[in-house]
Each structure stands twice: as structure tokens, then as C-alpha cells.
Design a protein around this ligand. Structure first.
Ligand code: OFO
Length: 173
């Protein structure tokens, strides 16, 4: 495998692993703050990021490269409310999108069209993840400090997580 592509793929392994850990920290914070729907959503999201990481690890090894399992930085223990959680999530996803775009660029420069094809799955995934984070943030801003609205918001996130679990178990087999 092209060494520059391999190194960029391993960087991406690290980013997906840190996404998983970051969202796990958010899930735990939400659970401890009585936001059970948000917690479920974040636990599911954390699992999805782990799946993104595994998909890369397997691809690197199958293509004759060597996947490196990275150390992960300590995620935050506290968050300053739900809006803060989703702002951080959106910022994180924007950073991941930039990293995927960089990976696409490297594949083209190195004429590695197989990896380029593989990475397109992540390009689509990032589109969806950024759109989801933006729409959740819009809702939160609309609700403001309204407690009833917040209750409904948390319940909606739980339903979104249940649907996502169902579609993931159908596609990740
Ligand atoms: Fe892996 O999609 Fe988010 O980070």
C-alpha cells in the first residue's frame, strides 16, 4: 500500500476512535444529568464511530498495510448544557470532514483509486453527520429554556437512536 495513503488512513483511524470516545463522554454526562434520550443517542453515535474506525482498520490490513491502534486523548468530563454538547459535536464533525477531504486529496495525488473509492463512503457519512448536528442545534435554539420543549427534545432523540440502531444492525452485518 502507498505509504502516504497508509499514514493518512491511520490518522483517520485515530480521529474515528477519538470521535467514539468523545461521544461516549457526552453519553455518560447526559445519563448523569437525567437526559436519558440524549444519552441513548450518544451511546449509539459512539458505537457508530467505533464501526467507522473498525472499517478503516480492516481496509488498511486487507490492502497489505498495517493498521495502528492509537492512544486516545482524555475527553471532557463536564459539558456546559445540551447546546454546548451539540456545538462541540458539530465542531468535531467539521474537523473530521476536513480530515476526510484531505484523505480524498491524498488518494488522488497518489493515484490510489481503490482507496479513493473506499473513502467515498466516509464523504457521504460526513454530509449526513454534519446535517444532523446542525438540525439538532437549530431545534435546541428554538426550544431555548423551555422545560416542556426540552422533555420532548430528549424523547425525540431517543426515538432517533432506536431507529438508527435498527438500521445499523441491518447494514453493519
Ligand atoms: Fe465517523 O463520522 Fe463522525 O466523526
Amino acid at each position: 500500500m502507498n505509504t502516504r495513503v497508509e499514514s493518512a488512513l491511520n490518522d483517520q483511524v485515530q480521529k474515528e476512535a477519538s470521535s467514539s470516545q468523545f461521544y461516549l463522554a457526552m453519553a455518560s454526562w447526559a445519563e448523569n444529568n437525567g437526559l436519558n434520550g440524549t444519552a441513548k443517542f450518544m451511546y449509539t453515535h459512539s458505537d457508530e464511530e467505533r464501526f467507522h474506525m473498525l472499517k478503516l482498520v480492516k481496509f488498511i490490513n486487507e490492502r497489505g498495510g498495517k493498521a495502528i491502534i492509537p492512544a486516545i486523548a482524555l475527553p471532557p468530563k463536564e459539558f456546559n448544557g445540551l447546546e454546548n454538547v451539540f456545538e462541540l459535536l458539530l465542531q468535531h464533525e467539521i474537523m473530521v470532514t476536513e480530515s476526510i477531504n484531505n484523505l480524498v486529496d491524498i488518494c488522488l495525488q497518489e493515484k490510489d483509486y481503490t482507496t479513493h473509492n473506499f473513502v467515498q463512503w466516509y464523504v457521504s457519512e460526513q454530509l449526513e453527520e454534519e446535517a444532523l448536528a446542525r438540525s439538532v442545534l437549530d431545534k435546541l435554539r428554538l426550544i431555548g429554556g423551555d422545560k416542556g420543549g426540552m422533555y420532548m427534545f430528549d424523547r425525540d432523540l431517543e426515538n432517533a437512536a432506536i431507529m438508527s440502531d435498527a438500521s445499523n444492525s441491518a447494514t453493519q452485518k
